[in-house]
Structures are given as structure tokens and as C-alpha cells.
Write a protein that binds this ligand. Structure first.
Ligand SMILES: NC(=O)c1ccc[n+]([C@@H]2O[C@H](COP(=O)([O-])OP(=O)(O)OC[C@H]3O[C@@H](n4cnc5c(N)ncnc54)[C@H](O)[C@@H]3O)[C@@H](O)[C@H]2O)c1
Length: 364
């Protein structure tokens, strides 16, 4: 088992290894007196891992409660949030109790937000079961739900008390969810570690989960410790995301997040090289790995999408989507731009210049 200590406004450990879902109770008991552990999960994850986590909590002396919701981003909303906190109130949770977020990023985000706001904040722990949640959303304390006006518009910074990442749970991930996580991992390699990049180029992520997740978590730890409240440096994590969000938006959220980020990363890297920000050969190295994983490169339709859908992903249409992004206010846009494999910088441009970046990135 690997342990990474995150030193933000509150300090906590991220535990990464095999069999941890069945040890949540025992490990939580080391720092938490017997209390109510309120497990929040979606139906898919609860069916697979709910009993294991509940049994471990009960064995360690915790009283348990549960809230299980329909899987998917469409559940990360005010309605589900309302049902969660009402149930927490009915179960008489106090500030001495703990919420357990068992699942992917949707579960982590909504559970974290419920924990951040219920009684003005109670303790929660993350038990990430998707690769994306393991390497990204479970660490760093960003919690949120979606509003009709846009994704993640209602949220809070609220750090977990611990993260228990059981890498065995990834064995049941659908292929698309595995690939979502791989895209984010390749992103970590691009933005800050050539060694990680080369290691996942040489060996599929699934063959060395513990080492790969630990490296990504350690990178996220450093970024978050330097910018807990997302005022600057944390924005490097957005590499590929400005274009990626526009692709997701234009496809009506049919293109999965990881595929959109992979395509976005390729577009921005090609542009960076063509505009002489990145070293020659950077895009070619990225494209080789992206294609190896079967992820889209931004100039061909993602797997399962007809080529004609690419019309929706033209430079003009993605520019329009990016300009309408509710979070991109003002006349400027900050982009995470690769300089070479393993290094990226933040670059603020006029929003109107973004179209040139999309075209330089190979979009028609
Ligand atoms: N808070 C942050 O810093 C942060 C960072 C990145 C993304 N996010 C958020 O994360 C969310 C996406 O997370 P996600 O991709 O994990 O989505 P998700 O939680 O919806 O999980 C994806 C699917 O996989 C299923 N699943 C989860 N674990 C499984 C397992 N082990 N075996 C089988 N099926 C499993 C789920 O039921 C779901 O259907 C988005 O809402 C995004 O905004 C947050």
C-alpha cells in the first residue's frame, strides 16, 4: 500500500492499494471514534462494493446509513443533493459523524458538497472507484453539483479526511470509464512528468495501477498544496479541458469526458508546436500514445461517432461553445499550454485569439 500525505488547510492521507474497500472501517477507526458512517453511492457501485464497505464499517464498530442514487452526471444536481441532506437529517447525523463517498467523481463531488454544507460542514472520506476519481476528483477538496446553467456551478472547497483508493475496484470498470481515466493520466504526464508519460506509453495503465495512481496523486498533491483554492497554479490541470469542454458541449455530452480531454490535449499541443510555444516533436509523441490507447486526436471522430459529427467539432463551432462557457467570463482566457512532454505553462490570451489556436491545432 502507498500512502501520500496531503498538507492543505486540513491534512489527510491518501491510501492506494489492493483490498482497501474491505478495510475502510478498520482504517477509519484508527482516526475516528465509533459514530455513524453515512455511505453515499450510485447503484452500479453500491451493487458491486456496497456490502463490502458496509460490513467493514460495521465490523469496526460504526453504525451505518446509506443513500444510493441513479448513476450518471444527470444525478449530480440539486434534487439528488436535497434528498441526500434530508436523509442525513432524518438519520440525525451530527458533526461527529462521517460521510463515505463510495464511487466515481459524481459520487465524490455530490457527497463532498453534502458534507461541506450539512451542519456547516461534517467530515467525509473518499473511496474512489473510477480511475478518474482516483487520480483527480477524490484529491484536492473541490466539491460541487451542476445547475441548469452549467456544470459544477454550485460547490465548495472541502477537503476529505482521508482517501481510500482500492485499485482492485478498477477491474470492473467499463472500457469507456477506463479510457476516461487513462486520458487524465496521460495529461498528468504531459503537464509535469515525462517519466510518467513514458511509463504509460510503454505499459498499459491497467498493468501498473498502484504506481501510476500514486504518481498522479502525488502530482495533484503538489499542485493543490500550492494553490488549494484554485487561484492560479491549479489551472495547469485544465490542460486539454478548454477544447475538451467545448467538444463535450457541442456533442450534447455524448462524447465522454476523457475522450474530449484527449482530443483537446492533441489540439492544444499541435497548436502550441505550430505557434512555436512547444518543442518540435511534442505533438507527435503525444499523438502516438493517444492513438495507442484508442483515444481520439481531435481531427478524427471519437470511436463510435460518425465522421460527419466532426462538423460539430469544427474550429468555428468549438470557438462558439468555448465563448459561451459560463465559467469563462471577461475578455481573456487562460490556457494550459505544453512546452514539451512533461512541462506546461499557463498562457493568458484574448478570447478572440482562441480561434487561431483551434485552427493552428488542426481543426478546420
Ligand atoms: N472534484 C474534482 O476535482 C473533479 C475533477 C475531475 C472531475 N470531476 C467530476 O467527476 C465527474 C466524473 O467522474 P467519473 O468519470 O468517475 O464519473 P461517475 O462517477 O459517473 O462514474 C462513471 C460510471 O462508472 C460507474 N462506476 C464507477 N466505479 C465503478 C467500478 N469500479 N466498476 C464499475 N462501474 C463503476 C458509475 O456507476 C458510472 O456509471 C464529473 O462530474 C466531473 O465534474 C471532479
Amino acid at each position: 500500500m502507498k500512502v501520500i500525505s496531503v498538507k492543505t488547510s486540513t491534512e489527510y492521507n491518501v491510501y492506494i492499494g489492493s483490498g482497501l474497500a474491505g478495510r475502510v472501517g478498520e482504517m477509519l477507526a484508527e482516526t475516528t471514534s465509533p459514530c455513524t458512517a453515512f455511505v453515499i453511492s450510485d447503484e452500479n457501485v453500491f451493487r458491486l462494493y456496497g456490502e463490502r464497505v458496509l460490513a467493514s464499517l460495521a465490523n469496526a464498530g460504526f453504525r451505518t446509513g446509506t443513500f444510493v442514487f441513479e448513476p450518471g452526471e444527470q444525478s449530480k444536481n440539486i434534487e439528488t443533493y436535497g434528498k441526500i441532506v434530508e436523509k442525513m437529517a432524518r438519520e440525525k447525523l451530527t458533526r461527529s459523524d462521517v460521510v463515505i463517498a463510495l464511487g466515481g467523481g459524481v459520487t465524490g463531488d455530490i457527497s463532498g458538497f453534502a458534507a461541506a454544507t450539512f451542519l456547516r460542514g461534517i467530515k467525509y472520506v473518499q473511496v474512489p472507484t473510477t480511475l478518474l476519481a482516483a487520480v483527480d476528483s477524490s484529491v484536492g477538496g473541490k466539491t460541487a453539483i451542476d445547475l441548469n446553467a452549467g456544470k459544477n456551478l454550485l460547490g465548495a472547497f472541502w477537503q476529505p479526511a482521508a482517501v481510500f483508493c482500492d485499485t482492485d475496484t478498477f477491474s470492473t470498470l467499463p472500457e469507456a470509464e477506463y479510457l476516461n481515466g487513462c486520458a487524465e493520466i496521460i495529461k498528468y504526464g504531459m503537464l509535469g512528468s515525462e517519466e510518467l508519460f513514458e511509463s504509460v506509453a510503454a505499459l498499459p495503465v491497467s498493468l501498473h495501477y498502484d504506481a501510476v495512481v500514486a504518481k498522479c496523486v502525488d502530482m495533484k498533491r503538489e499542485i493543490v498544496e500550492n494553490d488549494e483554492f484554485d487561484r492560479g497554479g491549479r489551472m495547469v490541470l485544465n490542460l486539454g479541458h478548454t477544447v475538451g469542454h467545448a467538444i463535450e458541449n457541442k456533442s450534447g455530452y455524448m462524447v465522454p469526458h476523457g475522450m474530449a480531454v484527449a482530443a483537446g490535449m492533441c489540439v492544444i499541443t499541435r497548436a502550441a508546436e505550430n505557434l512555436a510555444f512547444a518543442e518540435k516533436g511534442t505533438a507527435e509523441r503525444l499523438l502516438r500514445v493517444i492513438r495507442e490507447y484508442g483515444l481520439p486526436d481531435g481531427t478524427s471522430a471519437p470511436a463510435g461517432f460518425p465522421e460527419e459529427e466532426l462538423a460539430g467539432f469544427s474550429a468555428e463551432s468549438l470557438f462558439e461553445a468555448a465563448m459561451n462557457d459560463k465559467k469563462a467570463s471577461g475578455s481573456k482566457l487562460t490556457l494550459a499550454v505544453p512546452k514539451r512532454v512533461g512541462e506546461c505553462a499557463l498562457l493568458t490570451i484574448e478570447k478572440s485569439e482562441f480561434i487561431d489556436w483551434l485552427r493552428a491545432g488542426g481543426l478546420k
